[in-house]
Design a protein around this ligand. Structure first.
Ligand code: ATP
Length: 358
């Protein structure tokens, strides 16, 4: 996967200290973030963390209470300044697509292209790019969900915006179509050379689609990085648990690793770098795919639940300490609820010393 940001593309969007308050909710709370030319950035976080509000601030549908936004080198929001949405050169793909029902596909796509002399050519070029030329004369209700999604994307791209903002763009598609359409959307955005921000609460979507992922919680951006970095070097326990299947276990830092209820676990980075002394408590991230179970009548855990997915399964075990961890493994029928097991972990773990936690 290409990473334009890593290649040092110039910033198209720059937000500094962005704040938006609704009553006593700080929906966006001091967000500083840059999106680089040609980059697809996913804003990932649980429901209500402020993702949509952030997009609405960038699009100009909301005014920030503090901070500033620069788009393509021009300040569009800041103290005493608010450039209206129609003058920001931003393309938006809404969750429900918001297509004009009384306009056919070509007219929907051409809607935002101001220059009448080039409109027809531009519509044709964009329809070609998204593969919709054959349905140019149809109306939105005559299209499949995936086609409607592509019309919405084509409409956003047609005026050649500085940035495309996509708000949960796949949530109206069924699971099978979602994977296909999201790959298609990435291909189209890359082909167009577009810079884009995509909002999602689906970690798989964010990890598989974006060049970089920004993880958000309660209005704040906790970490920005490539999918690999976010997954392997999460900045805090929330990011670790939210991105990927992970459980958190308390342990005690020793000279040879962290002592936990499932044994001494090696850490992927030396804890000394956090200024940790032996004996300190640490929160350990246990990824389900690294957990192995072995039937053992005197083991420290009991199988509580087995969830079968076909390609794999997740076995939930409860430790005698009351803590629960999950094991993702192949689909063979090896463990049943009630089985007593011993638990091991195949990879070094990420650990956060208590002193490093807020
Ligand atoms: P979701 O994924 O559920 O859409 P989100 O991460 O996009 O959530 P936002 O919609 O940005 O989150 O909302 C962030 C917070 O701000 C929530 O607590 C929400 O209730 C609140 N909020 C958003 N818009 C308004 C508004 N117009 N008036 C009052 N509160 C609002």
């Amino acid at each position: 996967m290409d990473h334009p940001a890593a290649a040092g593309g110039r910033p198209v969007v720059t937000c500094e200290g962005l704040v938006k308050v609704f009553g006593d909710v700080r929906a966006v709370d001091d967000v500083t973030l840059a999106v680089h030319e040609g980059e697809l950035l996913a804003l990932l976080g649980p429901s209500g963390c402020g993702k949509t509000t952030f997009l609405r601030l960038v699009a100009g549908f909301e005014r920030p209470d503090n901070g500033r936004i620069e788009l393509a080198g021009t300040e569009v929001a800041g103290p005493g300044r608010h450039v209206p949405p129609e003058r920001r050169h931003v393309g938006v793909v809404f969750q429900d697509y918001a297509l004009f029902p009384h306009l056919n596909v070509a007219a929907n796509v051409g809607y935002g292209v101001r220059d009448r002399s080039t409109r027809a050519d531009r519509v044709q070029a964009v329809l070609d790019m998204v593969g919709l030329t054959a349905v140019a004369d149809r109306y939105p209700h005559e299209l499949s969900g995936g086609q409607q999604q592509r019309v919405a994307l084509a409409r956003a791209l047609a005026p050649e915006p500085a940035i495309v903002l996509l708000d949960e763009p796949f949530s109206n598609l069924d699971a099978a179509l979602r994977v296909e359409v999201r790959n298609e959307v990435r291909t189209i955005l890359k082909r167009a050379g577009a810079t884009a921000v995509l909002v999602t609460h689906d970690q798989e979507e964010a990890l598989s689609l974006a060049d970089r992922v920004a993880v958000m919680r309660a209005g704040r951006v906790l970490q920005v990085g490539t999918a690999q970095v976010i997954y392997e070097r999460p900045a805090d326990p929330f990011v670790a648990a939210f991105v990927g299947d992970a459980d958190l276990l308390w342990g005690e830092v020793g000279h040879d690793g962290v002592a936990t209820p499932i044994g001494i676990l090696q850490t992927s980075a030396p804890l000394a770098s956090h200024g940790t002394n032996g004996g300190e408590r640490a929160l350990v991230v246990v990824r389900a795919e690294t957990v192995r179970l072995r039937l053992d009548g005197s083991g420290p855990a009991v199988v509580r639940r087995r969830t079968f997915y076909g390609h794999d399964q997740v076995i939930e075990v409860e430790l005698d300490t009351g803590e629960v961890i999950r094991c993702r493994m192949g689909p063979g029928r090896a463990f049943e609820p009630g089985d007593r097991v011993r638990v091991s972990v195949t990879e070094p773990v990420v650990a956060f010393p208590a002193s490093a936690l807020a």
